[in-house]
Design a protein around this ligand. Structure first.
Ligand code: AMP
Length: 281
């Protein structure tokens, strides 16, 4: 049976017991509406750690768009059943009061990392992510925490947060899990209407084609091509596509300038915003 924790106190006491018994703790923070992408993180956590704690909390401070927060899918009962089936031992489902007993006014400075891409288009988003993740780390005090590469910039920011706060937790990035048609799994996919759901795989298909073209195309040309190719479908609208250094997230101008390069994209499908990324090298 999975153990359900609802309060900060239940978590800290439960975790203290596990740690005292010498158990290693793996942590998977989520906002629920769980899918195979989340489950892949749990699988990794089960491999690396003795105990796996999953949190489900739709964190208001990371939503810059009120209607996105309101419409975000919430299905705690079926999530818990999925977690139990996946083999997680503990789920933490706190109220807002448990996470933020007082308003969190902390402001984090991630330098360049949160000024670009998601950070530029979703003001305050990563500050909210840092607030909730640091608070969850404080309560759960995991040995390892698992995050998806689907949120590529978020992963870079969490690693930086851990360095900045000098936290004793290892951050493990896990590969993107996709639907059969290539669309990156996301809780927000549930909100797509059938036509936009049908159009959405074009995003990853175009990213794959872009990777095939990289040897014969400049970075700048490829950026233009990807935007044009996706926007050719009237149901999709690229918000940004950037080709960046995977470490610094700074834009690259040519393919040989740095060792690892990733292309990150955000696309509007109607009122739903989808993100994805692809490793170029
Ligand atoms: P979320 O519930 O969207 O906040 O996501 C919780 C965690 O699951 C984050 O670390 C995400 O990066 C990760 N995640 C979400 N979708 C996927 C996916 N398709 N593949 C891998 N990880 C994912």
């Amino acid at each position: 049976m999975i153990t359900i924790w609802k309060t900060a106190r239940e978590v800290t006491e439960g975790v203290a017991g596990l740690r005292a018994a010498g158990r290693t703790i793996g942590f998977v923070p989520t906002m629920g509406a769980l899918h195979q992408g989340h489950l892949s993180l749990i699988e990794q956590a089960l491999i690396h750690c003795n105990e796996v704690i999953v949190s489900i909390f739709v964190n208001p401070t990371q939503f810059n768009d009120k209607s996105d927060l309101k419409n975000y899918p919430r299905m705690p009962e079926s999530d818990i059943a999925m977690l139990e089936h996946a083999g997680a031992g503990f789920v933490f489902i706190p109220s807002e009061q448990e996470i933020y007993p007082e308003p969190d006014n902390r402001v984090f400075d991630f330098g360049h990392l949160d000024k670009v891409m998601e950070g530029a288009h979703r003001p305050g988003h990563f500050n909210g992510v840092a607030q909730v993740v640091s608070r969850l780390f404080e309560l759960v005090s995991p040995h390892k925490a698992f995050f998806g590469q689907k949120d590529f910039q978020q992963l870079a920011i969490i690693k930086q947060l851990v360095r900045m706060l000098n936290l004793n937790v290892e951050i493990i990035g896990c590969p993107i899990v996709r639907e059969k048609d290539g669309l990156a799994m996301s809780s927000r996919n549930l909100l797509l209407d059938p036509d936009r759901r049908k159009a959405a795989p074009r995003i990853y298909a175009t990213l794959c084609e872009a990777r095939n073209k990289m040897d014969s195309t400049s970075v700048k040309e490829l950026i233009g091509w990807v935007e044009m190719e996706i926007n050719r479908d009237p149901l999709l609208k690229v918000e940004y596509f950037e080709i960046v250094d995977a470490e610094t997230l700074l834009p690259v101008t040519d393919w040989d300038s740095v060792g690892s390069i990733v292309g990150c994209i955000a696309v509007w499908a109607g009122k739903i915003r989808l993100i994805d990324n692809i490793t170029f090298k």
